[in-house]
Design a protein around this ligand. Sequence first.
Ligand SMILES: *Cc1c(COP(=O)(O)O)cnc(C)c1O
Length: 453
Amino acid sequence: MAQHSSARPFHHPQPGSALACGAVSLEALARRYGTPLYVYSADHMVERLALFQQALAGREHLVCYAVKANSALAILNLLAGRGAGFDIVSGGELERVLAAAPEAAGRVVFSGVGKTAAEIDRALTAGILEFNVESEAELDLLAARARKLKMRARFALRVNPDVFAETHPYISTGLREHKFGIGIRRAPAIYKRAARNRWLEAHGVSVHIGSQIRSAEPFGAALERVNKLVQQLRRQGIVLKTVDAGGGLGIDYHDGSFDAEAKAAEYAAALERALSGFEGRLLLEPGRFLVAQAGALVTRVLYVKQNGKKTFVVTDAAMNDLIRPALYQAWHEIVPVRPRAGKARIVDVVGPVCESGDFFARDRKLQPVEPGDLLALLDAGAYGMAQSSNYNTRPRPAEVLVEGAKPRLIRRRETLADLLAPEWMPAKADSAAIERRRLSALALSARRRPLGV
Ligand SMILES: *Cc1c(COP(=O)(O)O)cnc(C)c1O
């Protein structure tokens, strides 16, 4: 397997040359596809997937990529081709998997606290691997839908292990007070009740304690509790086939030399230690760790302006394209695509959206930049495009996936016609009448306006 000296696929092929993704210059991509532009390295994603697959080679396992991190069809297709399964949290994500890689339907786990009957039906008929059930009411609905369709539903209870994982409060999920999962102490009774229902198969147990968790330790602590539950159920005659450890392994947004291979190995070892005595299949649901560092958001500098003591670098990308800094105070490294000589300055990097929260960096030391220069926001492959919006009626960026020396446009830039398409519009005949009304209103207000104003 190719080794990266860096945690990221972006580098300068020669000193002074433009930043490149693999062998492809970001300047060339920006010229061809415009900005803002998401650029991803396919090779880097495949390498990250392989890190987990290799670290878990000693046990039957399945890496179920968390689709919500980046749900591009081309990325789902790429990872499915390398043996990945998928963790989905909506019927929409299921349709994406079925469209991108129908052969992977049997490798899908379905998480989420609010599954609807229609979503459950679709997943049952698609033959997914298991439902990660988050409440007793959901289990009752699952049983009812399975009975109706005369199919047996494989389920895992998503248990809440009540472990604390140090991360941002919005992305921590493993405490009793969170909306996710079922308290682990209540789980045995629920499994026992389900065992009496012929439409349900107690297939596994799952946990997911949060996101961007840097230490392997809380994952081990959570799985130890899960393993205790598995052993307890086994003594009662309920033999689970899978343990799903969830996702959440974090990356280092600050340090480009972050050793992903060592981190994946440490994580896998902690899970293995916690699972001693469990002979079944281990499922993982990584999202960020697989795709975050493979991606960058490339943006062009529109203006450099001075307000009092502060310097603002205004880019053509904004919070609607990448909301993580505004939403979680997330830190993304920002680098000029073609560095200029000169002294670094302390600047705010901001977008054009009408919100003070529309910033990518505050008081950041940045090499000198001029209007027209390109910047790359690194580690933007996860929860970037996936959380983008059309706020301020801004079309979403295009996306390019680079495989070796070959860039492929995997999503064209949205057009304003795309944005307006679902909306009510005046009919052609109406619009002439509206125009007449507009002109007469204009004439009226001109006559009423006092002189000199
Ligand atoms: C979001 C989520 C994941 C992926 O989390 P990452 O931090 O991106 O690895 C996995 N499983 C579930 C249930 C999730 O909600």
